[in-house]
Design a protein around this ligand. Structure first.
Ligand code: FAD
Length: 366
């Protein structure tokens, strides 16, 4: 039996959905990335693609999602949804999903998405794969695998249709040492949270935005449903570094340890002449040299800038996971066997404190 109380999986091919996160009426970039990725998946499945937008007085921003590929947007507008709360959002999302029965539900692995996704999945009695870095559609070749490796009853495995297609969700596992590919064969929607900055955004198309359908689903939400209340929204005092949107990222690693202040200053100068921002390996964040919003990597941000400069970074697998898709990687390291050189387009073997000033001067002179 499915968790949708429907007789068979085929009955609830309800499209690919993307939870579109907005804050104070401004769409988060991850919403556009996931709509773009969702378009690809929906086309492969022969399904429609819908955004799911919650908030208050947010209808005006909904059609923009069409410009990146959404066929329509379910808009849930309510004063109690003006600020994010786990209980309010979960209630509405689960109600709407139960009614419209999407096949796939994607959520950005932002702070909100990481809170919301598992809660909704548990309430809908379905599976969720967290922090995905790659999504695909698979025609099943997994029944034999399920027979040999799972505890599902044979009758249940036999009942999976041969042509049932599943969302293949890939995510780093075991500290980034291997990539795990996961499917959710029986339950719907197949849910995934997806790392911000990983999926590429489509070019915006105004005609598609104009054609995007706005749907206002029925849902109920009252004060009784709300166990939490937002008393105040306090904005971050300091502007956080925008690593994900940057065209150039200059990152520093533990290689700056002999003169931390000097090393960061050099990175800032290089970032300035290149028109970029400063990032760092986890070693620099753990040492308290840079704040956490600068961290690139598996447990930090995933970036794919036009230019990524790694100064004194060894290139551990967890760091590479967050930057290896950059268009051009330039690495400076005094150890010529450092793994970062394996993925660098340009490698400079030398002391960053000598090489970086030369790079800055050369760029200024060019
Ligand atoms: P090191 O590995 O110590 O490398 C320093 C490099 O600097 C060396 O290659 C050295 O040759 C070079 N060097 C030293 N002096 C100079 C100099 N003067 N000039 C030029 N080169 C010099 N790491 C991340 O970065 N991001 C993550 O998100 C992340 N997540 C993780 C998640 C898990 C579960 C785990 C277990 C680890 C994670 N890590 C992450 C840590 C990761 O494994 C590495 O420990 C970390 O990336 C190392 O940082 P580093 O390259 O700055 O330091």
């Amino acid at each position: 039996m499915s968790n949708y109380n429907s007789a068979a999986i085929e009955e609830f091919k309800g499209g690919v959905w993307v939870f579109c996160e907005q804050r104070q009426g401004k769409m988060m970039p991850t919403s556009f990335e996931l709509i773009s990725e969702g378009r690809k998946l929906a086309d492969e499945l022969g399904e429609k693609l819908y955004g799911l937008l919650l908030g208050h007085e947010i209808e005006g921003i909904a059609k923009e999602l069409g410009g990146y590929g959404a066929d329509g947007v379910y808009v849930c507008d309510h004063p109690l949804l003006a600020n994010y709360t786990t209980d309010g959002y979960t209630k509405v999302i689960c109600d709407v999903i139960q009614e419209y029965k999407p096949e796939v539900m994607l959520i950005g692995a932002t702070n909100i998405g990481r809170d919301l996704g598992p809660r909704c999945a548990a309430r809908l009695h379905t599976g969720l794969c967290a922090d995905c870095t790659h999504l695909d559609i698979d025609v099943p070749k997994y029944k034999d695998f399920l027979r040999s490796a799972s505890t599902l009853a044979p009758a249940m495995i036999d009942s999976i249709p041969e042509d049932d297609r599943n969302l293949k969700m890939t995510r780093p596992a075991f500290g980034g040492h291997l990539m795990a590919t996961i499917i959710c064969p029986r339950f719907r929607p197949a849910m995934a949270t997806v790392r911000p900055g990983v999926m590429k955004k489509n070019a915006f198309d105004q005609a598609k935005a104009d054609a995007c359908e706005i749907i206002k689903p029925n849902f109920s939400l009252t004060e009784d449903d709300m166990e939490t209340q937002v008393v105040e929204v306090v904005k971050a005092a300091k502007k956080l570094v925008d690593l994900i949107g940057a065209d150039v990222v200059v990152s520093v690693g533990r290689g700056i340890s002999k003169d931390v202040e000097g090393g960061i200053k050099l990175a800032e100068e290089l970032a300035e002449v290149l028109g970029g921002v400063v990032g760092g390996s986890r070693a620099t964040i753990d040492s308290g040299w840079l704040s956490a919003d600068h961290q690139v990597g598996q447990t930090g941000k995933t970036v794919h800038p036009k230019i990524y400069v790694a100064l004194g970074i060894s290139g551990a697998i967890q760091h590479k996971a967050g930057m290896q898709d950059s268009e051009c990687i330039i690495a400076v390291n005094k150890n010529d066997t450092a793994p970062i050189f394996e993925i660098a387009d340009y490698g400079i073997c030398g002391d960053l404190f000598k090489v970086t000033p030369m790079l800055i001067e050369a760029i200024k002179a060019a």
